[in-house]
Design a protein around this ligand. Structure first.
Ligand SMILES: C[S@@+](CC[C@H](N)C(=O)[O-])C[C@H]1O[C@@H](n2cnc3c(N)ncnc32)[C@H](O)[C@@H]1O
Ligand code: SF4
Length: 383
């Protein structure tokens, strides 16, 4: 539906900083919950005033660690969202949860607040790996949290990180099978990447952290797909696997390049305002963000129309991650450019010949081989 909107709410605080992570997360001795809650409500109100009363397909509380939010804050944001927008029974409301004990006591209250889907950052089911990843929980904590969440929420997903230094194929298969035995309908499986300005980047630079080579990474990816598929979870995006109908509707909005609004520190959005697609971003530093919201009603640092060329580039970058690929009619409507205007055509022809992409009269789809090499492919394909 063209009028629909996905809403992202960013909570920027964590108990500690994981050595691999470059998300906008901050550690504080004390978090002024009521101040940040009030500022989120204000930014939501300001955003709603210019977007109008659209239908919300999803609300996603991400972070940072949004399970550190007071359930009351989550509840008031859900109520406010329902006041400003159309929220129905089918609106997917996800909250990211870390499986530490402090947060588990709040799970029930999050459910009462209206959350109907949990995305839990387990990362691993191996205690040594969890320690290496700097996590604050054990595998046992994670399993207990999952079992509790599975009983409370209609939908549950977990994140795992694989392709860790020294990880063997058979150890990964065993770990993944244990996870799949608990989580039945959706799972996000990320290969470890080295992000700028993280502790892992420093170790990597010094040669103290060695990632699996390309062949091992491919074997791990193939094994991942096999294990998920044997449990009935199809790969619908490069790192995401789900039973049919259980895909993350919120994340699908990003990949299908539909409207999404992001509020909270560092959140970004792509929203149509008066028929023009705009790119929005908000101040990253939590306290500066809150100061600005209190002063101006919002903390936008970017609010620009997206050029047709950028629209096309972004729609390709997002859409080719999906197994379903890109609908060419929607692509042209959304970007104002045809596919032919948006790609280097000789590179596209070659990619078709090499079976990295398939072009039909109505879709452009990256094949499995193409998706494995997507970054390299997009670098050459997109003009
Ligand atoms: C917003 S983050 C974290 C959510 C939550 N705070 C947690 O830690 O569980 C979403 C996910 O991105 C993944 N992730 C973050 N950095 C990564 C990296 N460098 N390589 C691979 N996956 C990463 C993790 O699986 C993480 O759960
Ligand atoms: S992985 Fe999660 S808990 Fe760790 S620093 Fe990033 S956002 Fe925070």
């Amino acid at each position: 539906m063209t009028n629909s909107l996905a809403l992202y709410v960013h909570w920027p605080f964590c108990l500690s900083r994981c050595p691999y992570c470059d998300f906008n997360s901050h550690v504080r001795d004390h978090i002024h919950q009521s101040r940040f809650g009030a500022a989120l409500l204000q930014e939501l109100k300001t955003e709603a005033e210019r977007l109008g009363r659209r239908r919300l397909t999803s609300i996603y509380f991400g972070g940072g660690t949004p399970s550190l939010m007071c359930p009351k804050t989550v509840a008031s944001l859900v109520v406010a969202a329902a006041k400003h927008f159309h929220v129905g029974e089918d609106t997917e409301i996800t909250l990211e949860v870390n499986p530490t004990s402090a947060e588990l006591t709040r799970l029930k209250d999050f459910r009462v607040a209206g959350v109907n889907r949990i995305s839990m950052g387990i990362q691993s089911l191996d205690d040594d790996a969890l320690h290496y990843l700097g996590r604050q929980h054990s595998a046992q904590d994670a399993i207990a949290a999952l079992v509790l969440a599975r009983d409370l929420f209609p939908r549950l997903s977990i994140d795992l990180i694989y392709g860790r230094p020294g990880q063997t194929l058979s150890a990964w298969r065993t770990e993944l099978r244990s996870a799949l035995a608990i989580v039945a309908d959706h799972i996000s499986l990320y290969q470890l990447t080295i992000e700028p300005a993280t502790k892992f980047e420093a170790l990597h630079r010094q040669g103290k952290l060695v990632l699996p080579d390309d062949d091992t990474a491919t074997a791990l990816y193939n094994a991942t797909e096999e294990e998920c598929s044997s449990m009935g979870l199809a790969s619908y995006e490069i790192s995401n696997y789900a039973k049919s109908g259980r895909e993350s509707r919120h994340n699908l909005a990003y990949w299908r390049y539909l409207d999404y609004s992001g509020i909270g520190p560092g959140a970004h959005g792509r929203v149509k305002v008066d028929g023009i697609l705009r790119a929005t971003r908000r101040h990253r530093a939590p306290e500066v963000w809150a100061d600005r919201v209190e002063k101006y009603g919002h903390a936008l640092t970017l609010d620009d129309a997206v050029t047709p060329q950028d629209r096309a580039r972004e729609a390709l970058l997002m859409g080719l991650r999906l197994t379903e690929g890109i609908d060419l009619v929607s692509f042209a409507e959304r970007t104002g450019h045809t596919l032919r205007q948006s790609v280097n055509y000789s590179v596209l022809q070659k990619a078709i010949e090499e079976a990295y992409v398939i072009l039909t009269s109505d879709r452009l789809v990256a094949t499995r081989e193409g998706r494995i090499r997507l970054d390299a492919l997009l670098g050459r394909l997109v003009v």
